[in-house]
Design a protein around this ligand. Structure first.
Ligand SMILES: [Mg+2]
Length: 305
């Protein structure tokens, strides 16, 4: 079945709604989960209306979470990055595939003594999150056995790192992928994402990794638990069908695709309806329209919901 998207009946034509989705469905939403790359910013440039929309969400009583599959930074570093765009957030409301990986190990109950060892192919944010969670981090094999090989985005990836990771997995370590995003959007282009590196390691070891980030529904479920909300009270806004939208659909969360990142509206038509977004909007500045209201003029302060 193809996903049928239709123009809304209301006065705003700034979004497309899947068939079966009622204009009143958005009124139940209390929690908004925003992807970052391709939604809030692209490269180092904020996307139009990102700051104004997040302010609008706060002023109207929505709980806002920021959820990126990027593993290169810590949550605190994302708080600073968002502040640089004029967006206020706290680390409690920022979820990254690195912080989820740390949570995965905590939930596995493997963080007691003796400390478990992880060989990391990734950047500083991932190392910091895992170290804080209690893992011993190494970059190459040594005397002690390696329990886990954790792979994420690594812009200093080398053949040597690939070899170390391969040998550790072949010697018995479990292979964990923070995310499988093939690409990563930057200004006017894309660059290889964490999934490209995961694919290299997985191919070299001939193993399928445990995937932590989107589209695993687990992260969405954790956010719902933190927010104290039901799945149908939450909306995921993302730019990538196979991660953001699929995660939302698997977790039973409402899904909205923005067209400022990776996925195109034409790709939506190729998906079975149950895997497609409930709404498609041109960019995050159209989110208030979807939620049934309009962004106020810059001089007008929004009233609480
Ligand atoms: Mg994105």
């Amino acid at each position: 079945m193809r996903s049928m998207l239709c123009a809304p009946a209301g006065p705003s034509a700034s979004y497309r709604r899947a068939s079966g989705v009622m204009s009143t469905d958005a009124a139940r939403i209390k929690v908004v989960i925003l992807d970052l790359d391709g939604v809030i910013y692209r490269g180092k440039t904020a996307l139009p209306g990102a700051r104004e929309t997040t302010e609008w969400l706060g002023a109207h009583g929505y709980q806002t979470y920021y959820f990126t599959n990027n593993s290169t930074r810590t949550r605190e570093s994302y708080v600073e990055l968002l502040a640089g765009f004029g967006i206020e957030a706290d680390a409690e409301h920022v979820v990254t595939s690195a912080s989820l990986t740390a949570r995965y190990f905590a939930d596995l109950g493997v963080l007691g003594r003796p400390r478990r060892t992880a060989l990391v192919v990734g950047e500083g944010g991932l190392v910091d999150e895992l170290r804080r969670a209690g893992l011993r981090i190494v970059r190459r094999r040594g005397q002690r056995p390696i329990d886990f090989v954790v792979v994420g985005m690594d812009r200093r990836f080398t053949y040597h790192k690939l070899h170390e990771a391969q040998q550790a997995v072949l010697a018995g370590a479990e292979l964990i992928a923070t995310n499988c995003d093939a690409t990563y959007p930057v200004e006017g282009n894309v660059i290889p994402g964490g999934g490209s590196i995961v694919a290299a390691v997985a191919t070299a070891c001939e193993r399928k990794p445990v995937l932590i980030g989107k589209p695993s529904p687990r992260a969405g479920e954790l956010i719902l638990h933190h927010a104290g909300a039901a799945a149908d009270e939450a909306l995921m806004v993302g730019d990538r069908l196979e991660t953001d939208i699929q995660m939302a659909r698997r977790a039973g969360i409402w899904a909205c695709l923005v067209l400022t990142g990776i996925s195109r509206e034409s790709e939506v038509q190729e998906l079975p309806e149950e895997l497609g977004p409930h709404w498609v909007i041109p960019g995050i500045d159209h989110l208030p329209g979807l939620l049934g209201r309009s962004l106020p003029p810059a001089s007008e302060k929004a009233q609480p919901r």
